[in-house]
Design a binder for this molecule. Structure first.
Ligand code: AMP
Length: 363
């Protein structure tokens, strides 16, 4: 298979996964003249609602994956838990960007931590807990016990204070875990880095993130942190994108400790919730940047166009949509999901600081 260097507007992008990240990618792609075809096992995929089509298939159905791949020009994924075998099946037909390596690393917390260390990216102290012997040897208390696989939005993890709660959590979470020392952080931040086919990189301005119950609630940009912490965060993000040999986007979530040290928490090789502000307050959105990167186009400017704060609308919070529509500083995004279950991300709103006097049109 030879891959053309540039996949021009008019081509078709395949997206593995049918959620809101795929939906916003498809919207950005459409603006640049691309079609998107979504692959997801669900009967209804909200990304499919705004794309040229939705191929319904399981991630282990290599025949249907092959049929999907033959209909598109390049493939990306919108979630990091897509099985490696599904990506490999697609790769037999078309380029998949960012490819297998980023999900191989991101799908296992221990592997991810070791990868960070090899790149000089600092993390919290941690210990693998995969056996009775490692459980007995674990000392990072108080800490957070995390499953190595398939944890997200605070799921698959438990705060543990002593040996008794550690042993109970280990039994409950399954045995492939790591114990992380609790970080006494002043704040959480993220870097989102794009890397193109030619190796060019761009890091979006660092976002300041507020989580509650393990779920992102708000992202504020500019982050308002000292320049050295921002520079370290950007350096870590760029090192990660290069280390993964990535073509696409990668998000790196980090802690800033009370003494200003930056520690990586986890990565996601895809658009990230903490980058949604870029749709309304950056020269190029993270979704457009992903399209540019995987299609071999020049990366766009990451200049902030206005200070902003993104708020997730979780569960019934999305019912407040009339209030946001009435607020001239609010940019409302609803994902078209049917039922507002507790904890479900239904949309987001970005509050954009209005242009100052004399800058806004008067007619
Ligand atoms: P994660 O699923 O690893 O992204 O964790 C979800 C959230 O839990 C993070 O955004 C933090 O707010 C918190 N958290 C995770 N790991 C730690 C840690 N080692 N120390 C303190 N808080 C943590």
């Amino acid at each position: 298979m030879t891959t053309p260097r540039i996949i021009p507007p008019g081509s078709t992008i395949g997206i593995l996964g049918g959620g809101q990240l795929g939906r916003m990618t498809a919207l950005a792609a459409a603006r640049l003249g691309y079609r998107c075809l979504v692959y997801a096992p669900d009967n209804h995929a909200i990304a499919g609602d705004v794309a040229a089509g939705h191929v319904r298939g399981a991630y282990d159905d290599t025949d249907t994956l092959g049929r999907f791949a033959r209909q598109v020009d390049v493939i990306t994924y919108e979630f990091e838990n897509v099985p490696e075998a599904a990506v490999a099946a697609c790769l037999e037909h078309k380029p998949v960007r960012p490819g297998v390596k980023p999900i191989h690393v991101a799908q296992h917390r221990l592997r991810e931590k070791q990868f960070f260390a090899a790149l000089g990216i600092g993390t919290a102290d941690y210990q693998p807990v995969r056996s009775e012997a490692e459980l007995a040897a674990a000392t990072a208390l108080p800490g957070i016990l995390k499953t190595c696989r398939e944890g997200y939005d605070g799921k698959g993890q438990a705060r543990v204070h002593d040996r008794t709660s550690l042993a109970a959590a280990w039994q409950a979470l399954g045995r492939d875990c790591i114990l992380e020392a609790l970080v006494d952080f002043q704040c959480e931040i993220s870097a989102i880095v794009a890397r193109g086919v030619d190796g060019a990189t761009r890091c979006f301005p660092i976002g300041l993130n507020d989580h509650r119950d393990g779920i992102l609630r708000t992202t504020t940009v500019p982050a308002g942190l000292p320049a050295d912490a921002l520079a370290t965060a950007e350096r870590f993000g760029l090192a990660l994108a290069r280390g993964l040999d990535l073509v696409g986007l990668v998000a790196l979530e980090m802690f800033v400790t009370r003494n200003g040290t930056v520690l990586a928490n986890e990565m996601a090789p895809r658009p990230h919730n903490s980058g949604h502000w870029t749709i309304d307050a950056c020269a190029t959105s993270q979704f457009e940047q992903l399209v540019r990167a995987i299609c071999g186009l020049p990366l766009g400017s990451v200049d902030i166009t206005a200070p902003s704060r993104m708020e997730n609308l979780i569960g019934s919070e999305a019912d407040d949509w009339p209030r946001y529509l009435a607020d001239p500083s609010a940019r409302l995004h609803l994902y078209g999901k049917g039922s507002a279950r507790p904890g479900r991300k239904m949309g987001h709103v970005t509050f954009v600081q209005p242009a100052g006097p004399g800058r806004s049109p008067t007619t």
